[in-house]
Ligand binder design. Structure first.
Ligand SMILES: Cc1cc2nc3c(=O)[nH]c(=O)nc-3n(C[C@H](O)[C@H](O)[C@H](O)COP(=O)(O)O)c2cc1C
Length: 190
């Protein structure tokens, strides 16, 4: 069975990106994958610093996050757009999980994996610009990114007060990213 790790690049309690990634995760589950949704805040990763790593070794939360990525076939990521790019929370997690223990291969968490990417913002562009930087980053560390992506504009208007999606076209597009991710992973595993 295809295994997917899904997460948002925001740790905010009421994050719109957390809601968006959940919809895509549902699409992946409906396509037959085992999906684990994680909250990056839960790993409590300190800001990466090579001195800290040399002194204390791999951070326990970072190692846990990295192992989850290593054991998966693909990722669903919805990123907020902060000043046209991704959040520090997201990049910090990516940097930590790019560090290897002696028994691991370089970039083992990322190489050969596939990602479906999304962005959501209250603005009219829906965080479209972060998708460019996100795609570039992931491809550079060995993760293939699906050509189909989705930025959700005026995202707060597309969910109700219980966090359920209300806009049918957006729901369809997000679920389709989940489905395409699973189908691509299945083909790569075959
Ligand atoms: C530091 C900072 C920079 C931001 N820059 C942008 C931006 O460039 N484009 C945009 O559409 N929204 C921008 N926003 C607004 C975010 O899209 C908004 O806060 C969004 O809700 C964050 O995602 P979240 O709900 O998943 O936490 C920015 C917010 C912060 C805090």
């Amino acid at each position: 069975m295809v295994k997917i790790i899904a997460f948002a690049g925001s740790g905010r309690k009421d994050s719109i990106n957390k809601k968006v990634v959940k919809v895509a995760a549902k699409g992946a589950e409906e396509a037959g994958a085992e999906v684990t949704i994680v909250n990056l805040e839960d790993f409590n990763m300190p800001i990466f610093n090579e001195d800290l790593e040399a002194e204390k070794g791999m951070h326990e939360g970072a190692q846990r996050f990295k192992e989850m990525l290593m054991q998966s076939d693909g990722f669903l990521i919805s990123s907020p757009e902060y000043n046209s790019s991704y959040s520090a929370l997201f990049k910090n997690a990516i940097d930590w999980a790019s560090r290897k223990l002696d028994n691991e291969k370089p970039l083992e968490a990322y190489k050969g994996k596939v990602a479906g990417i999304m962005a959501a913002s209250p603005g009219a562009l829906g965080g479209m610009r972060v998708l460019v930087t996100l795609r570039m980053l992931l491809e550079n560390i060995g993760t293939m990114v699906l050509p189909t992506q989705k930025s959700v504009a005026k995202a707060m208007d597309k969910f109700d007060e219980n966090g359920q999606i209300t806009d049918e076209a957006t729901e369809k597009a997000l679920k389709n990213i989940g489905k395409q991710l699973v189908e691509t992973c299945q083909k790569l595993k075959a």
